[in-house]
Design a protein around this ligand. Sequence first.
Ligand SMILES: Cc1cc2nc3c(=O)[nH]c(=O)nc-3n(C[C@H](O)[C@H](O)[C@H](O)COP(=O)(O)O)c2cc1C
Length: 287
Amino acid sequence: MSLAQSAIETMKKRQSVRTYAAEGIKDSHLMQIMDYLRNEENLVGPFGNKGRIEFIQVTNNVSDKGIKLGTYGFIKNPQAYLVGVTTNSKFSLVEFAYIFQKVVIMLTEQNIGTCWMGGTFNRNSFEQEIQLTEGDFIPCITPIGYPNQKQRVFDKALRYVVKADNKKPWEKLFSDSEFNVPLTKENAGSLGLPIEMVRLGPSASNKQPWRLLLSSDRKLCHFFIEHTPNYSSSLGYDMQLLDMGIAMCQFELACKELDIEGSWIVEEPNIPLPNEQTEYIVSWNMM
Ligand SMILES: Cc1cc2nc3c(=O)[nH]c(=O)nc-3n(C[C@H](O)[C@H](O)[C@H](O)COP(=O)(O)O)c2cc1C
């Protein structure tokens, strides 16, 4: 499975899918997924951290090992799950999410539905299914299958509750040279589309914690996170760091497609931050 189509178009059409068709995943798709996950290159993040993604096929939500994999009714008719495994540190979470989002985009391209899940699934049941080594944990999973054209009332209600279709406008997310100066699409130049892809990405509870700041010389695009206080503290890891890896993936895929060359660096700029919740993560360095 490779990005044969436009990643940008795929990112524009992606939506979380919680209701799947009863139809099983075609063998040709299964083979593509397996090939993708077997290719080590696909599992390496931008700074060399390696992620692990397990594929688990299910029938009526029960795995081949006979374990019932629960999502508290959030997901209907999943045909399989991809289960993420990584260690609980800042950059392993960020990089893992980058890797996982790439898989999500590849699947979306094949019209296979996904839904990032960090909270509403029974971690115990998934932990029983896969072997975890010391220090590893499951940051997220996604069900997969073909989307059922008819969404359940539940899905619509959930989208309404988390305001899934309310993507924050540019001025709330992106700044020009310093915080509090909004960046407009027109002034973003060639990075307009990569930045727009960050805006359209999925995020935990659709909180959209990414804050980008484009340097005045247009050479650096800094990625910050505005943490939602105590967002996932009960889970023991910072789920919003996953949102940052997703943002990096969306941004980089768009740059690749547009032949915008650059690389990721971690070099905090000397810029006053807008509030205590805002933390620097990474920057895109234009070639
Ligand atoms: C890190 C992360 C964790 C998420 N966890 C859940 C979850 O536990 N349950 C769920 O139903 N959706 C979950 N979502 C999906 C978000 O609610 C969804 O991405 C957001 O509402 C935006 O909608 P969209 O993906 O259709 O653009 C998660 C998304 C992300 C990125």
